[in-house]
Write a protein that binds this ligand. Structure first.
Ligand code: MSP
Length: 525
């Protein structure tokens, strides 16, 4: 599949009312692993992330803090959201803010086109609105409040009261697209994944869509409706358009044609916006629908969706300060089946760090490098005749490379890592059985020792290439110690086993250093 095909991947753009927590970082890392993998495969890759800055939620937070919404957004982007990308080693190609001019101008262009095509009309709306979700809620989305909200109806996601709003707004004729959307889901079963999210959305649309209120008149923090500046565009309608305004829509046709359509990675709670409203908007504008919408699961703390509003939020650097960004990335991608919910626990993180990263992979790499240094003065020995166990390792390299690539094409990131880890485990077993330290004692075994260490070096080099999208820092250190040619992140991943390295190895610093237990249980973080 190394055909240089286009791979445009996006994360949701994040609300800047608050600082990021590990749920946001989780989405970022998943999209980043996919982007890095495709880039390394030679695909024409583009990775977009950014921030969602308009709407009532941001306006209220800014007002409560005594600053303008733009000042608030600037502060949060600069001090929290941009730094997050460094904290977890994100390789985005672009960062869009909905207050960017390229965005605002082309949101207006898009809206005007829909208006001119007759898809927009004025109407009256009355309903319950959740500012946390920035969405009107159906009765079925509400539950009885508890504690201070007892006796009131609250949003099932935020557990906060909803507000009754009655307004004259502009409406988008979304109801006209029900059948076309159902046809799309039917013809392209992969359009929405995983299956659980797809099923929920298909049955939602089968019940029939209503038109969508797409403007607000009671506040002015948003993009102005071009033909009626007393309205601002509804924040979700504005936000969804980031995926095309960042890609050149309205100002760079060539870039747009090259990038669009995208694969959208989103949390399952917002999959409906992406798999219903968004394609309907694009259909109305005569544009291609996204390639795919993948709704991943939630990080749970104490069995509930982790969130700042429920005070269960954990900041990403609480983890990375102790364990490093590679461990953060590995843990969340490995421990949780992508597409399902997963419970976060410090104990599980610590245990996997120690068993899988430090003992499994880190030790393997350092032992192999140390043995080549000790027994061959750092010169990588040639392989002699291959015995069955040596050939088995080479076969595994080829097999897991293909299997991991296949898993990535299905967005099964956890499965891709599990495949690669078979090589880690097999190499550890191989070294235990071949006992190079025993072979080294008898000069008659010199050639056999060379074959074993050559096989082991080839294996850890393959691991460096395959793991670079997941643990870029450790892979790069290992690559340097192997004197690999160029940057590890440039090595063609679909033929990882064919990597070319130097003839010598150099010292390797510990990839996953020991963490004192008082720090690893989270109490020191
Ligand atoms: N601004 C909108 C998205 C607009 S996209 C055109 C938004 N922002 S958000 O900041 O609230 O959430 C962004 C993403 O973080 C969502 O995909 C959401 O599912 C994800 N997560 C928030 N909490 C999460 C967990 N506890 N676990 C996993 N992901 C979580 O929605």
């Amino acid at each position: 599949m190394s055909d240089g095909s286009s791979f445009y991947v996006t994360t949701p753009i994040f609300y800047v009312n608050d600082v990021p927590h590990i749920g946001h970082a989780y989405t970022e890392v998943a999209a980043d692993v996919l982007a890095r993998w495709h880039r390394q495969a030679g695909d024409d890759t583009w990775f977009l992330t950014g921030t969602d800055e308009h709407g009532q939620k941001i306006l209220r937070t800014a007002t409560a803090n005594g600053v303008t919404p733009k000042e608030w957004a600037d502060r949060l982007v600069e001090t929290a959201w941009q730094p997050l990308l460094k904290t977890i080693d994100i390789s985005n190609d672009d960062f869009i803010r909905t207050t960017d001019e390229r965005h605002e101008v082309n949101v207006q262009l898009f809206l005007q086109r829909l208006f001119d095509a007759g898809y927009i009309y004025t109407g009256e709306y009355e309903g319950y609105y959740c500012v946390g979700c920035e969405e009107y809620k159906a009765d079925s989305d509400l539950v009885d409040g508890t504690g201070e909200y007892a006796g009131q109806k609250v949003c099932a996601i935020h557990s906060k009261p909803v507000e009754l709003l009655k307004e004259r707004n502009y409406f988008f004729k979304m109801s006209e697209f029900s059948q076309r959307l159902l046809d799309l889901y039917d013809e392209n079963p992969n359009f929405i994944q995983p299956e659980s999210v797809r099923n929920e959305i298909v049955s939602f649309v089968r019940r029939g869509l209503t038109d969508l209120s797409i403007s607000r008149q009671t506040f002015d923090w948003g993009v102005k409706v071009p033909w009626d500046e007393s309205h601002v565009v509804y924040v979700w309608f504005d936000a969804l358009l980031n995926y095309i305004t960042a890609a050149g829509y309205g100002y760079d046709d060539e870039a747009f044609a090259r990038r669009w359509p995208a694969t959208h990675i989103v949390g399952k709670d917002i999959a409906r916006f992406h798999a219903v409203i968004w394609p309907a908007m694009l259909m109305a504008a005569g544009l291609e629908v996204p390639k795919q919408v993948f709704g991943h699961g939630w990080l749970l703390v104490g069995g509930e969706k982790m969130s700042k509003s429920k005070l269960t939020g954990i900041a990403p650097n609480q983890i990375t300060d102790t364990f490093g960004s590679d461990a953060f990335r590995y843990y969340f991608m490995r421990a949780i089946n992508f597409g399902q919910d997963g419970s976060f626990s410090w104990e599980d993180l610590s245990a996997r760090y120690q068993a899988e990263l430090a003992n499994g992979f880190g030790n393997l790499a350092s032992r192999v490098i140390a043995m080549v240094t000790r027994y061959f003065d750092g010169v990588v020995p040639d392989a002699g005749v291959l015995d069955a166990p040596d050939q088995a390792i080479r076969d595994t390299e080829v097999r897991v490379t293909a299997a991991a690539d296949d898993a990535i094409s299905r967005l099964a990131i956890h499965e891709a890592i599990a495949q690669v880890w078979q090589l880690v485990d097999e190499l550890n077993g191989y070294i235990t059985l071949q006992e190079p330290w025993a072979l080294s004692k008898d000069p008659a075994n010199r050639e056999r020792l060379g074959t074993v260490l050559n096989t082991a070096v080839r294996g850890i080099g393959t691991l460096a290439v395959l793991l670079s999208p997941v643990i870029p820092e450790a892979s790069s250190k290992l690559w340097t110690a192997l004197n690999g040619a160029g940057a590890v992140s440039d090595q063609p991943i679909r033929s990882a086993f064919d990597w070319a390295g130097g003839t010598t190895v150099s010292a390797l610093e510990p990839l996953f250093p020991r963490i004192e237990s008082s720090e690893s249980d989270g109490s020191a973080a």
